[in-house]
Design a binder for this molecule. Structure first.
Ligand code: AMP
Length: 252
């Protein structure tokens, strides 16, 4: 099985996100960036499938500025075989990302495309589903377990009402949830080895996809500061406080 994994470079999850003073977006200058956390689970799943003898090649693709090299190198250090950076400046919207990935699928012909369930910068949760729609492939989103069964997969999905297990014929799209696995930290020798693995860089223009934004970003603003909490001594005080808050809400 050949696997394509899509990884995005985002503001590191441990960094406190700051909105630019002019409200034009989130500050990314001089901010630590890293691989979208869900994408690490997707890479780990691909590497585990290779280690179990189910996958023969793992290709990692990232779309973005040239610095997205970093996240491809991280994936190569984790065990992926080959990387592809599709260079694009500025904001690439989810539909354009899905169309670029569709073009990569046409070239690479993978049996499985693994993605994160969502990128934590915009929390869109769209690319996997859009790619499945464009390719007309089956999809299993929010995967917490992937088993190879015969010619297809059995995927357990994290859904609102619990867990759903679905049989998925290949080729397919699977998006990774946090419970899927524990991503490995690549040891130094693997980090060094990653630098000698093939990494192709191609401009987005190569793929004939219209990247013109369809959305107009009006303004980005930080959420309101949390107000301080109150400590109540007894359950009776708590009940009284809840009732008074409810009364205030009803009066609105
Ligand atoms: P989203 O729909 O934007 O929340 O992203 C879902 C998933 O699509 C991410 O977890 C990545 O696996 C993939 N993805 C989104 N944007 C990119 C990108 N610029 N480059 C590579 N993969 C991406």
């Amino acid at each position: 099985m050949k696997i394509l994994v899509a990884v995005k470079r985002v503001v590191d999850h441990a960094v406190r996100v700051r909105v630019r003073p002019d409200g034009s977006g989130v500050e990314t200058e001089n901010v630590r960036m890293s691989m979208n956390p869900f994408d690490k689970h997707a890479v780990e799943a691909a590497v585990q499938l290779a280690e179990a003898g189910h996958a023969t090649e793992i290709v990692v693709v990232s779309i973005g500025q040239k610095q997205s090299n970093d996240v491809i190198l991280t994936a190569l250090a984790m065990g992926a075989h080959r990387g592809l950076l599709i260079e694009a400046d500025g904001r690439v919207e989810t539909l354009a990302v899905a169309k670029l990935l569709e073009a990569v699928v046409a070239e690479e012909k993978p049996d499985l495309v693994l993605l994160g369930k969502q990128a934590v910068d915009d929390d869109s949760n769209q690319v996997g589903q859009m790619l499945a729609g464009l390719l007309d492939w089956p999809q299993a989103t929010f995967a917490s377990e992937i088993k190879v069964l015969g010619q297809g997969l059995e995927v357990t999905r994290e859904v609102d009402y619990g867990r759903a297990t679905v049989a998925v014929p290949l080729p397919a799209i699977v998006t990774a949830d946090l419970r899927l696995n524990t991503p490995r930290n690549a040891a130094l020798p693997m980090v060094m080895k990653a630098r000698s693995k093939p990494l192709a860089v191609r401009p987005a223009a190569d793929f004939g996809v219209d990247l013109t934004p369809r959305l107009k970003l009006e303004k980005v603003s930080p959420p309101p500061e949390r107000t301080a909490g109150r400590r109540l001594a007894t359950t009776a005080e708590l009940v009284a406080a809840i009732n008074s808050e409810l009364a205030e809400l009803e009066a609105l």
